[in-house]
Design a protein around this ligand. Structure first.
Ligand code: SF4
Length: 333
């Protein structure tokens, strides 16, 4: 398993000081900017080929915005996104066209992202057609059949419509579609969060099988640490637009350093009801503050049980530690 440091040689993706800010406009005839939402506010991480990075945090922390910015479906405000050696942060649509084949997204809601009026065969084959790879109809048909088989669906399912499938099967269709162009990086945005726990495990196993077989690299976005545990090599925890802790999976679960990571871990239910009833509760109080007006100092300080005076005024930097992990907290200078 790779450590949390950032060796450059086999990096497939390097994100440096990425910011995604949105202007808040006011006025009917003449609009002027009255504020800025700093959805992602200066994050850096790297990803090695074949690795899975879990990106975790509560809703509104900027994890999905990060995914969309990496795919350049949202324009970054600042920073570098170096994908397969090329900084794509400033690329226009024309230059992104070829690169998009190599980066794909799998969404949370497979039903919402699949056209209900298209047969599965056409849904899976559409990216090939869009990229001009569908002219040889026989080859297209064979490729689509192979993709459908690869995600564990039966051949006769190719001619059915999305509403005829269960949630887990629909997610398999979404995965087959994402694989059509043989991408090297897949961003899974809450890709299993809406599924029942037993189905979640099957779909996570499918992601892992495909990763082994095809050498894929994943960013696996989720709002809770239970979902990413099985699949991630490293995990980055985000809070209000910042990464607050990044570590290998085993380190993070064994010895979480940031109070927010500790609280997220404490929120995972233990399957044994007796143990669950007796373990100490560590609930994070309050809501995530608005990214429009993040608290000064450490952004987590209004909710942190360990907050000190310095936390209210001075933002802790994300500091590397021996072993390659990094944490942003005054308790770990
Ligand atoms: Fe808590 Fe202070 Fe650490 Fe922030 S810097 S997480 S407020 S102890």
């Amino acid at each position: 398993m790779p450590d949390a440091t950032t060796p450059a040689s086999d990096d497939i993706l390097r994100v440096e000081d990425l910011k995604v800010h949105f202007p808040v406009m006011q006025g009917v005839v003449i609009q002027k900017q009255v504020a800025t939402v700093k959805a992602v506010d200066g994050i850096s991480f790297t990803l090695k080929r074949g690795e899975t990075l879990g990106l975790v945090g509560e809703s509104g922390c900027g994890k999905s915005t990060t995914g969309l910015a990496v795919l350049r479906m949202l324009p970054p405000t600042e920073g570098r996104i170096v994908f397969e050696g090329e900084d794509i942060a400033g690329h226009d649509e024309e230059r992104m066209r070829g690169i998009r084949k190599r980066m794909q997204m799998v969404y949370q809601d497979p039903y919402g992202s699949l056209n209900p009026r298209m047969r599965v065969r056409d849904i899976v084959g559409e990216p090939l057609e869009v990229h001009g790879l569908g002219d040889d109809r026989r080859a297209l048909r064979e490729r689509v059949s192979a993709l459908i088989a690869m995600v564990g669906l039966l051949p006769d399912m190719a001619d059915r419509y999305p509403h005829e499938f269960s949630g887990g099967q629909r997610q398999r269709i979404g995965i087959a579609r994402a694989m059509a162009l043989e991408p090297s990086l897949i961003i899974c945005d809450e890709a299993v969060s809406a599924l029942d726990v037993s189905i979640q495990a099957q779909v996570v196993n499918l992601f892992m099988e495909l990763q082994q077989r095809l050498g894929l690299t994943y960013i696996f976005i989720a709002h809770d640490l239970a979902v990413v545990r099985h699949i991630s090599d490293r995990i980055a925890v985000m809070y209000l637009g910042k990464i607050v802790e990044i570590a290998t999976r085993d380190e993070l679960y064994r010895d979480p350093l940031h109070p927010y990571t500790q609280a997220l871990l404490a929120a995972i239910p233990i399957p044994d009801p007796e143990l669950e009833a007796t373990r100490p509760q560590q609930i994070i109080s309050g809501e995530v503050p608005s990214a429009l007006r993040p608290p000064p100092g450490c952004r987590f300080h209004p909710r942190c049980p360990h907050a000190m005076d310095v936390c209210k005024t001075t933002e802790p930097p994300l500091k590397g530690r021996p072993g390659g992990r990094a944490v942003a907290c005054h308790l770990h200078p």
